[in-house]
Design a protein around this ligand. Sequence first.
Ligand code: UD1
Ligand code: CA
Length: 464
Amino acid sequence: MSVQRFAIAILAAGKGTRLQSKRPKVLHCVAGKPLLQHVIDAALRVAAPKDIFVIVGHQAQAVEQAMAHTGVHFVLQAEQRGTGHAVQALAPFVAGVDDLLVLSGDVPLITSEMITQVRDFHLAQRAAMTILTARPKNPFGYGRVLRAAPGQPEVEAIVEQKALTPTQQNAPEINSGIYAFRAAPLFAQIGKLTTSNAHGEYYLTDMAAILHQAGERVVALTADDAQQVLGANTIAEMMQLDTTMRMATAQRLMAQGVTIFRPETCVIDADVVVGADTIVEPFVQLLGHTRIGQDCLVRSYSVVQDCTLGDNVLVRQGCVLDRAVVGDGALLGPYAHLRPESRIGKAAHIGNFVETKNTIVGDGSKANHLSYLGDAEIGANCNIGAGVITCNYDGARKHPTRIGDGVFVGSDSTLVAPITLADGAYVAAGSCITEDVPAEALALGRARQVNKLQWVRKRRGYSK
Ligand code: UD1
Ligand code: CA
């Protein structure tokens, strides 16, 4: 017995006119990821990239470029003449496929479980077309699925919002825009689509009536959770999906032992991972591919983008962390700024108004106040005093600062790179260091103080 060969098509060629935006609709982000990326990610959990075909058209290049990393195929629908026309464009690429799953690039909450359910139902029903439907609170705007008889899976037709008759206006079952088709009857009949409708387009939805009238089996499967199949045609609808998706992410994390206070105030992207017993305070943003370990505390107003934090990390209020790696037990902030390529060691402290960039801070080292550490490599157990600055830029190029283990840099010192401070070196407060400091040496790089006795009295004109 041969195995049914499946392909997945994702419709993403439309302009998104209702969005009023220069950017293509499917590249707009919800929960930190483009709509289309959500759909491709769900499809990739069900099928290999070689079996996934994204139909692109409007700003095709931009869409392809943004999704190239996924390894899926792209099929060009040069003119966007409707969802049915998009599937027609796909025909030459899916010869030999038994069944075709069609997903919509603007229905981003779809899960791989749901896709699998549609596929399995479709096969079990031996249908030519299976439509995933839902009964949302407000069906306005969606195409409506008309069943042959209530409670029966058979469908007679899908009617678009603008074509609903007065008695059909309140038909509660919507078309999600997600379907499974048997390829042979689909492509045998798809030529029957016409453009005689409100938009003058080839509607894929008309395949329901066409196949039904051709004596083929057309059925519907209703999603239990209508939220999962809602589409996004306007920015407001997208932001609603964003809220739903982020809340789902927060729920997933809470189910895994993460405490999130006031989760509705937090912005947590879909792919964020957080360990058990970590506490997230209100108004925190955890973005991109951020991973946070166990037993951490992330305090309010911190924004963490694409970072990896170990266990027991304390992120005090107002930190901005971007593509940084932070070791177990580190203390950050309040108001620390870790810029890309910062690697903070175990139990290290990066305190208030300290900025790091492309810098390694060794285990147990501390920079507690008001510093800029750029292009620096700092060993273990160093003390970087308040106001220390690495002068890494000479106006044309960046230069490195190397600091060994156990180095003490006194407050308000400037380290003019390229420069090396060897293990155990001491730098006196207020020094401008322009020459390398040998191991365990004391470097003083400041002007000598002069006290002019009675100077103030003299200036005021007092005489003895
Ligand atoms: C479509 C359905 C509607 C359903 C709704 C669910 C049709 C005619 N209507 O309406 O029944 O309730 O989805 O969300 O299908 N696209 C192309 N090429 C085109 C036109 C569109 O690839 O020529 C893509 C779009 O980029 C989009 C998807 O198809 O990702 C759906 O198109 P859209 O215009 O948003 O359809 P709706 O009006 O929402
Ligand atoms: Ca849509």
